[in-house]
Design a protein around this ligand. Structure first.
Ligand SMILES: [Zn+2]
Length: 375
């Protein structure tokens, strides 16, 4: 039931600064110096080897005293507590998140606990975590726990496309799945308060629409460029769509079915499914969103065709759960309909049974598309 509290004011929020381009990591000292000189540099071991060492060196040349925080892999309360204690012990001035969505979400939580600013340096364009003032937290076993909202967005988001292009193209494709949900969900949630608690502004709607336009124009081209490790204008445009436009669009627009389905899917304990990325699960959620929006077949085909062309899942088989029982899918529907879920932003009647049927319906539509196209 959207807007139970009859909110009437509009609200738009964003990071203070967004910088994107090849090799911008070398300019990090210039953009970070106003936050202090003693950062916690949070990254996992792999990312540290790929980009962390280089960043640490650049900062140390500029006289920063860098404390390294090794991220353990899950954005869980335990991990946040552990790294918060380290930050306190080392008296750090601010937090740098270098890595993917879970590293970023943990860094935001650590910074919020300590009242510090956070600078985000994503190493993939796979989620819309970098720009937002919220974290998605998980239990240590990987099950979705809750959203945590902050009063401030990250202070700086610095996106080095020379680093992003080194990541496997699957990451960019996953980001496309996540970003493709932005406009659809924002349109479905237009009468509900966004994650900042206000109604969407005109600019939020425009951002969602532009995000989608870029993905349809350049999505496939960008993924192919990524495979060839080529930073092209199409690649740059899709990195911006996945990171900035999707981030601002979902936060100041709103989420609805697609992300609720993503969260619901964590209820199924299946190794193949569990290994799917955020945006890959959201991609199947996009098909569910279209089902509940009552989209005609031509519109369904337009979205599914783009998703299939970049290797995103559109059926339960693609997610590795073709044998999911009705009982399991009802569990997904139940979790997607949890009391604080974004599915309640929908401007239509929602019940667990309706959502269960939407999941079955989405699977059939995805399969039908493939049959018709000989895939
Ligand atoms: Zn997302």
């Amino acid at each position: 039931m959207p807007n139970l509290n009859r909110v009437t004011e509009k609200l738009f929020q964003s990071p203070s600064k967004y910088i994107q381009g090849p090799s911008v990591i070398h300019h990090a000292p210039k953009y970070l110096s106003s936050f202090g000189a003693a950062p916690l540099l949070l990254s996992d071991d792999l990312v540290y080897q790929i980009a962390g060492k280089e960043l640490k060196t650049a900062l140390e040349i500029a006289n920063f005293k860098v404390t390294r925080g090794i991220f353990g892999g899950e954005a869980s309360k335990d991990e946040i507590t552990r790294l918060g204690a380290l930050s306190k012990e080392k008296s750090v001035d601010f937090i740098i998140a270098l890595g993917g969505g879970k590293t970023i979400d943990s860094a935001k939580a650590i910074a919020d606990d300590l009242g510090l600013e956070v600078a985000v340096l994503p190493t993939t364009a796979s989620t819309d975590a970098p720009c937002s003032a919220l974290s998605v937290l998980y239990r240590p076993n990987g099950e979705f726990e809750n959203y945590r909202f902050y009063s401030n967005n990250p202070s700086v988001v610095l996106v080095d496309t020379s680093i992003i292009v080194q990541a496997p193209a699957r990451f960019l494709a996953s980001g496309i799945g996540d970003a493709l949900a932005t406009n659809l969900e924002a349109k479905a949630a237009r009468n509900s308060p966004n994650s900042g608690g206000g109604l969407p502004t005109e600019i939020a709607s425009a951002i969602g629409a532009k995000c989608e336009e870029i993905l349809f124009k350049y999505g496939r081209q960008a993924v192919e460029a990524n495979k060839a490790k080529a930073v092209t204008p199409a690649f740059e445009a899709v990195v911006e769509a996945n990171t900035l436009l999707s981030g601002l669009g979902f936060e100041s627009g709103g989420n609805a079915v697609a992300h609720a389905i993503h969260n619901g899917l964590t209820a199924i304990n299946n190794r193949v499914l569990h290994a799917k990325m955020h945006g890959e699960k959201v991609a199947f959620g996009v098909v569910c969103q279209l089902i509940l929006d009552g989209a005609p077949t031509s519109e369904m085909d337009r979205y599914i065709s783009l998703m299939v062309s970049v290797g995103l899942p559109t059926t339960l088989t693609d997610l590795g759960i073709e044998n999911a029982t009705d009982e399991e899918l009802r569990l997904v529907a139940a979790l997607a309909c949890a009391p604080n879920e974004t599915i309640w932003n929908m401007d239509r009647v929602i019940t667990e049974d309706i959502v269960f049927n939407a999941i079955r319906g989405a699977d059939i539509v995805g399969k039908d598309y493939k049959v018709r196209n000989g895939l």
